[in-house]
Design a protein around this ligand. Sequence first.
Ligand code: ADP
Length: 235
Amino acid sequence: MTEGLILNDVTSGYGPTHVLDRVNLTLRPGERLAVIGRNGAGKTTLLATIMGLAKLHHGTITLDGKPIHGLSPHKRSGLGLGLVPQTRDIFASLTVEENLLSAMRGTATLEEAYALFPRLKERRRNGGAQLSGGEQQMLSIARTLMTGPQVLLLDEPLEGLAPVICEQLMQVFEDLASDGRRSVVLVEQQAGAALKFADRAVLMANGAIVHDGPADQLLARPDLLNRHIGVALNA
Ligand code: ADP
């Protein structure tokens, strides 16, 4: 029995364009994976391909042994894949609570979301447009959690946020990953924070995975990060 999420020889992109080039990746249940690479390396496309938001040109994607690459993003979400997109997926015209209720599925509850993000409870009657950047990111994460994902895909969740909010969010990711119910894929420019969080890390360049190994190994090798990726350990 092949458990977890497996990308086998995946080439994908947008329309006729190829962005990912023969990517092989296995994400085991409960695993924490950091995805690191320069702008344009293909990190967002990797998540989009997993969710069914990019065009698959070649290869297969399976979740717990079942092929999912023919399924719509909605069906993949129903099977336990949850993406928090870089664009922060919230409705500006709805209140915080309405945003959460509109995403709710299965056994998820408002109480769980508010326990994770007390700030959202305080702001529950505020409109999405009235929230700070950090609060919008919390709401976007909470909306995805309302779908009960077993694989949580986070696309640069710390981008543009104050250090104190980044620390709070990293603690939330820690809590989410350590309850053993889900695996977490963290795409981050702040390589230091991502590598401290993750068990395993992949480095991407030009649509390919150029390194795949234990995260602590990479943390101890800033020279490797710099040579292949040119990212700074800034967290
Ligand atoms: P990263 O997340 O690592 O910054 P992306 O996956 O966003 O990288 O982008 C990888 C490549 O795909 C880039 O060359 C980018 O220009 C291209 N790309 C991204 N989104 C689209 C799109 N919607 N249509 C066409 N090309 C795209």
